[in-house]
Ligand binder design. Structure first.
Ligand SMILES: [Zn+2]
Length: 355
């Protein structure tokens, strides 16, 4: 029986994630992303009919659209991700690493290396369909599990053809630490590994540091998971951050991102390390904030390595522009495996499409 993939949202730009896999007469929705910008609305939920929804992780562009879905559609996510669901939304557990049947389809999950409770998803249909959610090979805390083979790979390409190693990013961020600095971060993602690194920098250079209570809470939640869900030999470093008192007048402040603006931080400079909204891009252009990436998505060579490891013949780069230069770059990275169709059959003879 033929299997079709339809990327409802997340193709051709950084945008909400929503992908339908049609197989065995069922329609499974992978992620239910909400708008990345507060004044945007999502349209991909219009007249949507699906049999189940699987959520990869708790970032807004992957889970923020759940409120728009019919409440009786079965929803699967890991227990930590379920904390970000709308109040009283029913859910069924996805394993952090394992398999289950959803509507007769075997779904396998594994650690995606990106966030607390986050997983990738593999569907055992037509040679395998793999969806990375957001994924990274370089996290110091979150492991990345090797997935089973898959003919189709729907991959996190948020960074486009960017390919700088994390060590480069860390060196560049360390150059900012001489000044009073506030770093707004997603509290279930890079916040946790940045807290470990900042604590080490603070100790080494006698700098004062404060870590948001929400970030501490999530670090404790990570430490409470089975140890195979963390990178090895990291527990002592996590415990030492949790034991550390916050300095009330700290020079360095790692904060949960609450849409902070420079006006809210008159005594600190804001350093952003991830996706910038248009408002923040304007602040950056005006010299009011700084930006230096901390890698939490697949960089280009890792994306290609993952596609090869999966044995994929159809690879869709998600959450990234696919216009002229970008498309040329992806063609050279993925050659005839590149697939940029919004809807396509698995194992099609036509592996290459245009947007
Ligand atoms: Zn994410």
């Amino acid at each position: 029986m033929s299997v079709h993939i339809e990327v409802l949202s997340g193709l051709g730009d950084k945008g909400p994630a929503a992908i339908v896999v049609e197989a065995q007469g069922k329609r499974l929705l992978l992620d239910a992303g909400g708008a990345l910008h507060s004044n945007d609305t999502i349209t991909w939920t219009n007249s949507l009919a699906v049999d189940a929804v699987l959520i990869s992780h708790d970032h807004i562009d992957h889970i923020g659209g759940v409120a728009e879905l019919a409440e009786d559609v079965p929803l699967y996510c890991t227990p930590l991700v379920a904390k970000a669901l709308p109040p009283n939304r029913a859910w069924r557990p996805l394993p952090e690493r394992g398999s289950l049947e959803v509507d007769g389809i075997t779904v396998t999950t594994g650690q995606a290396g990106h966030s607390l409770g986050g997983v990738w998803l593999h569907l055992a249909v037509e040679g395998g369909v793999f969806y990375s959610g957001d994924a990274c090979f370089e996290s110091r805390l979150f492991p990345f599990d090797t997935p089973p083979p898959a003919r189709v790979a729907l991959l996190d390409a948020s960074y486009g053809s960017y390919d700088q190693p994390q060590a480069h990013c860390v060196r560049a961020i360390s150059k900012h630490l001489y000044q009073p600095l506030a770093l707004p971060v997603p509290e279930t993602g890079r916040a946790l590994e940045m807290s470990l690194w900042l604590a080490e920098e603070a100790d080494q250079h006698q700098l004062t540091l404060a870590i948001d209570p929400l970030i501490r809470h999530n670090l404790a939640a990570l430490l409470a998971l089975p140890e195979t869900l963390r990178r090895p030999e990291i527990d002592v470093a996590i415990a030492s951050v949790l034991a550390r008192a916050n300095d009330e007048n700290a020079l360095l402040r790692l904060i949960s991102d609450r849409n902070d603006t420079p006006a809210q931080w008159p005594d600190h400079h804001l350093l952003h390390t991830g996706y910038l909204t248009p408002d923040r891009r304007a602040q950056l252009a005006a010299g009011k904030i700084s930006w230096q990436r901390w890698n939490v998505h697949l960089r280009a060579s890792h994306l290609v390595a993952l596609a090869e490891q999966l044995g994929a013949t159809q690879v869709v780069p998600l959450f990234t522009p696919l216009c002229d230069n970008e498309l040329t770059a992806w063609r050279s990275l993925l050659s005839d495996r590149l697939c940029t169709a919004q809807r396509f059959p698995v194992n099609s003879h036509l592996a290459t499409f245009s947007v």
